[in-house]
Ligand binder design. Structure first.
Ligand code: EPU
Length: 418
């Protein structure tokens, strides 16, 4: 079993470089299947989710090479359009192979990933889009089967704002005949990044980042190079960690515009936030005050920053609250924080945090990726030794997290025990 041992408390100081965005790259890599050529993807984070997607791409016949942070995918010869359960169960983003294989081969058989730590994760909006594009879709034997002799344009109004369904719709539509219009779409930075990647390869997509995306189908996407944007949530995690430890950290390689929802909340709490062209300094030079947060689709406060924010709130005098409006069970980690001394009450969609309690190190587990990052921040704040189990969740989405925190003055070890 692998664990992180965090020795706290620590005041983080120094500079940290943010990696490429996980949630962009886990969509861009499946999207390379639409390319009849070779794609060079730069700024790819070395995380386990990327390794799983490489295995899937190879199982479909693509040739994949990874050198430093550049991933090269040659998808000229695709020999299969089926993603097996052994891969799909390991990551949610396997659903992007539905849109990309359908667009590439007119057929996709992708195993459903099964249970999820965040609660129910329906894909009805993805399926609605594929059907709108003219595909026949059925679920049998644990897999989604999509088939279409030829994909046609469609006009979709999404019932919920969904990152995954928006991206899958772009993947399915970019080679469909005619003009597809998508309304009530997600606007996250990674939506824009996937659209930019597809356009760089020859697609004709406009409006990504607004409520309406228009896709004029093209016959062919050719190869090329593309650099993935910096990870908004990784940057936000280090910003929260800097504030929670009352440190002073320059977070480098970020797009400050993407961080406004997080920077604004930190400023409201009295945290110092200074923006530069591609970096943000976070520091604490006066007493902090607690706040209320509601998670929302972008440009609202991201659900993926919710657990890290709860740790900051636990360190600040006064009462703070978090309302989770995206995932139904994203508060499981609060039980772990309570074991470290935090005073948190969860009722339905809202967590109320009575801040200011002294946290002490304890054995805890990472309930999911972002909850795991929150445990690290709690361990940095707490007095004594925090042992974090189930760190595989954390390593799915954060590149070199131990090295990066230790370079800021943290004392974290990664240990392997029988
Ligand atoms: N939803 C539906 N029907 C659908 C799709 C979604 O009802 O067909 C609902 C979901 O149940 C949820 C809401 O819509 O209540 C939003 O879900 P969305 O589809 O936007 O989530 P996702 O695409 O499955 C991505 C990220 C998550 C992040 C969410 C919200 C990836 C691979 N995952 O998930 O990231 O929390 O958007 O921003 O991009 C993470 O990185 O730790 C993570 C969980």
């Amino acid at each position: 079993m692998n664990k992180f041992i965090v020795h706290g408390p620590t005041r983080l100081r120094g500079e940290v470089e943010i990696s490429g965005a996980k949630n962009a790259v886990v969509a861009i890599l499946p999207a390379t299947l639409l390319v009849d050529g070779v794609s060079h993807i730069e700024n790819v984070p070395r995380i386990s989710d990327v390794r799983i997607i490489m295995d899937i791409l190879r199982s479909l016949g693509a040739e994949v090479e990874w050198q430093d942070n550049v991933l090269t995918v040659d998808s000229r010869r695709i020999t299969s359009c089926e993603v097996d359960y052994k891969y799909a169960k390991k990551l949610r983003a396997s659903y992007y192979f539905m849109g990309s294989l359908l667009g590439r081969c007119g057929k996709a058989v992708v195993a459903l990933p099964g249970g999820c730590a965040l609660g129910a994760r329906p894909i009805d909006q993805h399926i609605k889009t594929f059907k709108g594009l003219g595909a026949e879709v059925r679920i049998e034997h644990g897999s989604v089967y999509c088939t279409s002799a030829s994909l046609n344009s469609t006009h979709i109004y999404f019932d919920v704002v969904s990152v995954g369904a928006t991206i899958n719709a772009m993947l399915g539509a970019c080679k469909a005949k005619g003009l597809t219009i998508l309304e009530n779409v997600a606007k996250e930075p990674h939506i824009v990044d996937v659209a930019n990647f597809l356009n760089a390869m020859g697609a004709n997509i406009s409006g990504a980042g607004t409520d309406v995306i228009k896709i004029r189908g093209v016959a062919r996407l050719g190869g090329g190079s593309y650099a993935v944007i910096p990870d908004q949530i990784e940057a936000g995690t280090f910003m929260m960690a800097a504030a929670a430890t009352r440190g002073d950290v320059l977070v480098r390689n970020v797009i400050p515009k993407h961080m406004e929802c997080i920077s604004g909340k930190l400023r409201e709490m009295n945290v110092g936030v200074e923006e530069f062209d591609d970096s943000i300094r976070v520091f604490v030079d006066r007493p902090l005050q607690n706040a209320r947060v509601k998670t929302m689709p972008y440009p609202g406060f991201p659900t993926d920053m919710q657990p890290q924010t709860a740790v900051l709130m636990a360190t600040v005098e006064g009462t703070g609250s978090i309302k989770e409006s995206i995932w139904e069970s994203r508060f499981r980690y609060t039980e772990e924080l309570k074991r470290m001394g935090a005073d948190i009450t969860v009722s339905g969609e809202t967590a109320t945090i009575n801040g200011g309690a002294k946290l002490t190190g304890a054995p805890v587990k990472a309930c999911d990726l972002r909850a795991g990052a929150a445990m690290i921040i709690a361990g940095l704040v707490a007095n004594g030794r925090t042992e974090i189990e189930e760190i595989e969740y954390i390593e799915r989405g954060y590149e070199d997290i131990v090295r990066k925190f230790n370079a800021l003055g943290a004392n974290i070890e990664r240990v392997t025990e029988d």
